[in-house]
Design a protein around this ligand. Structure first.
Ligand code: ADP
Ligand code: MG
Length: 265
């Protein structure tokens, strides 16, 4: 089946938080992303879906320069945050990743206490000058991540001792603690049970009031529950971007339809 030259539907928005234009990504000679053009709107939750290996993680990692750490990876095109070129020579990737935070598939708390997991970033970036300020950031971040009540009496215990779902909320608290503008989530629930998953999904809805969120998910139900727009990738091509409801009820492209009706995936 043919790919559309450009994603069909509504890939662009009026007030983009992030804009990606003509993005190609290569691993060595192998191209993983082909000429992707898409915006992510302010305070929007955009879901990225598509069959395994279609480039969702590659694309997500390109928008906070996580791919810089992959030796063979090259990213071409124009990618911007609030109109600022994120690949410009003057852009510090560490500062960028503080503005565009990331939560991974497998919860990956540091082998440190719960408190230190959350305070690590603010300390590193000099966000608090006094212990009381740091305490406040830790409490607020844990509250926003819906974890405070469960851990407030054991902040000095190791983050790795929490359940999987709690660890993932700890990782979200850690991401929030440095006041990011955008949060990228790469299949954040795929290692979690349904109850822990439901908690993270609720959290995404709450967080979207203050943050812009891009979430990769292999669960179409999850995309339908948490996102405003959905982007469908197929073998490195962005095929369709539309309001989530439209994607799941009246997809415009035959490839999208084939995927959502379970003909491949
Ligand atoms: N570090 C890497 N080195 C080489 N190829 C990679 C690397 N990461 C991903 N790829 C390849 O890029 C393509 C897209 O992969 P990925 O972004 O992980 O897809 P998805 O997240 O949609 O499953 C795949 O063909 C995959 O094999
Ligand atoms: Mg992936």
């Amino acid at each position: 089946m043919d790919y559309p030259e450009q994603a069909i539907g509504e890939p662009f928005v009026k007030n983009p938080k992030m804009s990606m234009r003509n993005v190609d990504v290569f691993y060595g000679d192998k191209q993983a992303i082909y000429n992707v053009n898409v915006d992510i709107g302010q305070n929007e939750v955009i879901a990225m879906i598509g069959p395994s290996g279609c480039g969702k993680s590659t694309f997500l990692r390109s928008i906070n320069r996580m791919n810089d750490t992959v030796e063979s990876c090259r990213v071409h095109g124009e990618l911007s945050l609030d109109g600022e070129d994120i690949y410009a020579a003057k852009m510090d990737p560490v500062a960028l990743r503080a503005r565009v935070g990331m939560v991974f598939q497998k919860p990956n708390p540091f082998p440190k206490s719960i408190y230190d997991n959350v305070s690590y970033g603010p300390r590193l970036h000099g966000l608090a000058s006094r212990r009381a300020e740091l305490d406040e950031i830790v409490e607020n971040s844990l509250r926003r991540a819906g974890l405070w009540e469960e851990v407030k009496d054991r902040l000095d215990q190791p983050g790795t001792g929490l359940s999987g779902g709690q660890q993932q909320r700890l990782c979200i608290a850690r991401a929030i603690a440095i006041s990011p503008e955008v949060i990228l989530m790469d299949e954040p629930c795929s290692a979690l049970d349904p109850i822990a998953t439901a908690k993270i999904e609720e959290l995404i809805a709450e967080l979207s009031e203050n943050y812009t969120i891009a979430i990769v998910t292999h669960s179409m139900q999850q995309a339908a529950r948490v996102s405003h727009r959905t982007a469908y990738f197929h073998l490195g091509h962005l095929v369709e971007v539309n309001d989530t409801e439209k994607v799941f009820t009246a997809p415009e492209h035959a490839l999208t339809e084939a995927y959502i009706t379970g003909r491949f995936g």
